[in-house]
Design a protein around this ligand. Structure first.
Ligand code: IVH
Length: 669
């Protein structure tokens, strides 16, 4: 495929998966796989600016600004480095520097490119004053309290050393491989979503609102860039050696060279040796060493001209394919998994790789016993990228075929038009599907039964206590309080929180039913339009299609759901247990259509109500919450610290920006 076509394909796929996840509540792929595709697209777009598209899904990723933290401006903008991928591009950089410096001799400082989260630390009179994330490069989140928990970052600089009075030092916050793997193991046990890679884990950790969590996660940090007035000397390398004396963790793997060959030697050495490092690296950074020469070379709009990143190729291993097994997800989607002879790859032992779907599997033309190439592009789920067909022989087994029947319940699989996945259609009796539906039902945004988790659901299912969501309400304390009553307290709590869930709103109940393709947004629209379960169950296709945001896929799915006797019985049993089957008086009276048809962006920090409350008010008044400003936005509801980029965009498009007071007046009047 041509690069352009591939970029377009990725954009289309990512848009589709976004929709599946946020709108339909029916993801087809894992978050990790989604991240991997997003990253691939980001890399391709960075490498091919000529194919830029303002509507690309990468533009929705935004900055890492998080509204919960106070945003502060950077004294010096935090720029990124231009990337290179081969030695020719490194040579081009070297030549540009040589020409730029008009033949003056120069040195290049070679360093590791750490794959974490960039951070800017400000020290005043030897004390850590502030730690700010990169954000959008102009402003970042103040994460000082969290950063203070990172043991290798000095809170006070070492006594008797000659640090400047006021300076900034930048570097990378990282989660070491060992901590990352331990964390994911714990999360796996608790059936929490796994972090795709140490960078995501570090980023998620640093944005935690609870600094005790940060402290427990054992982050690491390397510093690599000193800024400010009065920094010691003209040499970048020498300054960092000084910074090491002040107490900072500076990479040992730094080297000054004065030839292209010196750079190549450094790259070749570290491409191998980095596998022994405790943290993730994804390349090499090359910097002109003299600060005076750096100033002479200056900056482009986005990057310094005096530095560049060289990115390593993704690591690859060769191993034998032993078998292909199949996993059944909550929606019944069946994913093929390659089981391989264990092989060392990028710091971990790899045994399994995803094969995505039947098409990908067929394209690879896998045979059992094949020698396959496995790659891990900064992600934890590795993938098979090719087959060493030359290594096929008499011992090679048959072609790996996609399953025809569900590995969990034996039902013949089906494929729906336009979908890549095969499904097990036995949604009423296939165990992972039943458990998945119950897990969805109890989840926070649905019935919010937080005393239960995937493990208890699994246990109760195995013990025959629950087969469907209505069974939850029949659970009695004596059934779950342990042989000797040791678990009585938690058993009571579980029964109580199940009983309390009958208080959640009708909208959530519609969502909790887990009607295929009916995500939170569609559930709200349906609940508000029909106002009761009976009306919803009796709705015709035409009626459903008239609702804003309900298309054919959702409408048909709703009809199918309420045509199934088993579902109707569950709904009736839930009703008998007191679960809300209609909008309450209160909800009915709060609703208006003052904002009907308006797309509204909520941005910033609010003081009178929370963001979520404002979003709910918008919906209750017929409006629609959208994430980014476009010409179709009716207005922006802005709190304090609204991002400068958003403000600028609103002004440029002439979109009104209104305060919370004004908003409240609008919906009250
Ligand atoms: S120097 C103006 N040195 O890579 C140059 N960056 O796009 C400032 N990074 O945002 C960056 N290791 O987060 C520099 N040894 C290193 C680095 C490094 C990793 C990150 C940093 C930056 C990105 C480059």
């Amino acid at each position: 495929m041509e690069v352009k076509e591939h970029i377009e394909w990725l954009r289309k796929e990512l848009d589709r998966h976004n929709y599946n996840y946020y709108v339909l509540n029916a993801p087809e792929i894992s978050d990790q796989e989604f991240d991997r595709m997003m990253r691939e697209l980001q890399d391709l777009e960075a490498a091919h600016p000529e194919f830029d598209d303002p509507d690309s899904p990468t533009k929705r990723v935004g900055s890492d600004l998080n509204q919960e933290f106070v945003q502060v401006p950077h004294r010096y903008p935090m720029l990124s480095l231009a990337n290179t991928y081969n030695k020719q591009e490194v040579e081009d950089f070297y030549e540009r520097v040589r020409t730029g410096l008009e033949g003056e001799p120069f040195e290049i400082c070679c360093e590791m490119k750490y794959d974490g989260l960039s951070i800017s630390l400000t020290y005043e009179n030897g004390r850590l004053a502030r730690a700010v994330t990169r954000g959008d490069g102009v402003r970042g989140d103040d994460v000082t309290e969290n950063v203070k928990t990172i043991r290798c970052i000095p809170l006070r600089l070492r006594q008797g050393t000659d640090y400047p009075e006021d300076f900034e030092i930048r570097g990378e916050i990282l989660m070491p491989w060992a901590s990352f793997e331990a964390l994911n193991r714990e999360r796996e046990e608790r059936e929490e979503p796994l972090f795709a890679n140490p960078r995501n884990a570090a980023s998620g950790t640093l944005k935690s609102k609870n600094s005790a969590v940060v402290a427990s996660r054992k982050l690491d940090a390397y510093l690599y860039y000193l800024l400010g007035e009065g920094i010691p000397g003209d040499g970048h390398y020498e300054n960092l050696q000084k910074a090491r004396e002040w107490g900072f963790k500076i990479s040992e793997g730094m080297k000054k060279v004065s030839s292209l060959q010196g750079i190549y030697d450094f790259i070749d050495y570290w491409d191998e040796e980095r596998k022994n490092l405790p943290v993730a690296t994804d390349g090499i950074v090359l910097k002109v060493n003299s600060l005076r020469q750096q100033r002479a070379l200056g900056y482009t709009a986005k990057n310094p001209r005096w530095a560049i990143a060289y990115k390593f190729q993704a690591e690859r291993a060769r191993t034998r394919l032993d078998a292909v097994t199949f996993q059944v997800g909550r929606t019944g989607a069946v994913t093929p998994v390659a089981n391989m002879e264990p092989v060392q790859l990028a710091g971990t032992v790899v045994r399994r790789a995803t094969l995505h779907n039947a098409d990908v599997m067929a394209q690879l033309d896998l045979h059992i016993g094949d020698m396959v190439y496995v790659e891990k592009g900064g992600e934890i789920i590795p993938k098979i990228v090719g087959v060493d067909t030359g290594a096929r022989g008499v011992e090679t087994g048959p072609r790996a075929e996609f399953a025809t029947h569900c590995p969990e319940c034996g039902t013949a699989l089906v494929r729906y038009e336009g979908e890549a996945a095969w499904y097990c259609p036995n949604d009423t009796a296939c165990p992972p599907q039943i458990k998945g539906r119950i897990e969805h039902f109890i989840s926070r945004r649905a019935m919010d039964i937080d005393s239960l988790g995937p493990e208890t659901v699994d246990e109760y299912f195995r013990r025959g206590l629950i087969h469907d969501v209505a069974d939850l309400y029949d659970i009695r304390v004596e059934q779950i309080n342990g042989e000797d009553g040791t678990r009585e307290k938690s058993a009571k709590k579980i029964v109580q929180s199940i009983a309390e869930s009958t208080k959640v709103s009708f909208e959530r109940v519609v969502f909790a039913l887990g009607i295929r393709f009916v995500g939170e947004i569609a559930a709200k629209a349906l609940a508000r339009h029909f106002k009761s379960m009976d009306a919803l169950a009796a709705a015709s296709l035409d009626e459903l299609l008239q609702i804003n945001g309900i298309g054919m896929v959702i409408a048909e799915s709703v009809i199918r759901y309420f045509h199934d006797e088993a579902n109707l019985r569950i709904v009736d049993r839930l009703r008998a247990k007191g679960v809300a089957m209609e909008l309450s008086e209160d909800e009915l009276s709060r609703h208006s259509d003052k904002l009907a048809g308006q797309s509204i962006v909520v941005s910033g920090v609010f003081s009178l109500h929370s963001r979520d409350e404002y979003k709910a008010m918008i919906e209750q008044n017929g409006g629609k919450n959208v994430g980014s400003i476009s010409s179709k936005t009716a207005f922006v509801l802005a709190g304090a610290n609204m991002g400068p980029a958003k403000l600028e965009k609103a002004n440029k498009l002439g979109i009104p920006v209104i305060s919370e007071e004004e908003f409240l007046k609008r919906i009250e009047s």
